[in-house]
Design a protein around this ligand. Sequence first.
Ligand code: PHE
Length: 333
Amino acid sequence: MRERLTKLLAEIKEKLETIEDQNSLNVLRSYALGRKSEITNLMAALKDLPPEEKPLMGKLINEAKQKLEAYFETKKANLQAKVLQEKLAKEAVDVTLPGVEFSSGSNHILKTVIEDFENFFIGQGYSIKEGPDVELDYYNFEMLNIAKDHPARAMHDTFYVDAKRLLRSHTSPVQARTMLESAGKPIKIICPGKTYRRDEDDQYHSHQFMQIEGLVIDEDITMADLKGTLLSFIKYYFGEDKEIRLRPSYFPFTEPSVEVDIFDGEKYVEILGAGMVHPNVLKMGGYDPDKVQGFAFGIGLERIAMLKYEIDDIRHFYTNDVRFLNQFKGGKR
Ligand code: PHE
């Protein structure tokens, strides 16, 4: 019996050496310790031994059994460690490899300029208005004191959709629309948006461009309010040391009218048209020119952006060259 036990232990030990996975280990375990195993047979044979041998043999069989159990536990732990080791090796991440770069979009530079305007003017109590790009002749011209055969229409040669509709040549029609909507109440708005003119495209002209219109109507509004508003915006946007110059000009919808220039370090550059809202325009919009006054301005957005960011060609805004656009990622250059 002792020999059988020694042989059994040796046999199982040897077989365990060749086991590589959990399944084969389970199979070997039931062979070594299961109901039909040698150990079970030996236990059963105990009862045929002479009584004086029984205790010792019983002890030996139990010890052998415990040894076997221990062998299997150790092997099991080794196998698990091995599996873990392999898994870790397979999933290892080389943190020194270069990452994958995601390309992300960003605001167009003109959008950023509009937001800067909005931040300033909202802070001054203005609200933002919008109007349609395809506009009625009625709002684009007539409501702005530019009758059918008015020579000022020549300054605004644009794209007609049909006899009554056109691509708006300025953002001023939003003035007329807002006046009608406001039914005689005070107005304080800015309206950014696209505008169109039948210009030949060159470094400074584009058939599509953007403006920001401003309109304030209330009692006791004067030219000084207009000048103060424009000057404080220019200082906010370009710096405290900036100065503006007002030149007399002509627009059918303002009287008096001015053109405003800003000094770019070398020369004055025209950036906007403005003036006191013409009494005819106030009347058509439902306001009494004897009771209220207003000022209005229309700023060329690209001009402002070109000055601020030293951009030398207006066509850059519309030709979508990513080398240009990427310079403004994150909003500021
Ligand atoms: N609408 C004018 C233009 O585009 C600018 C302007 C707006 C002038 C408001 C006066 C008042 O040229």
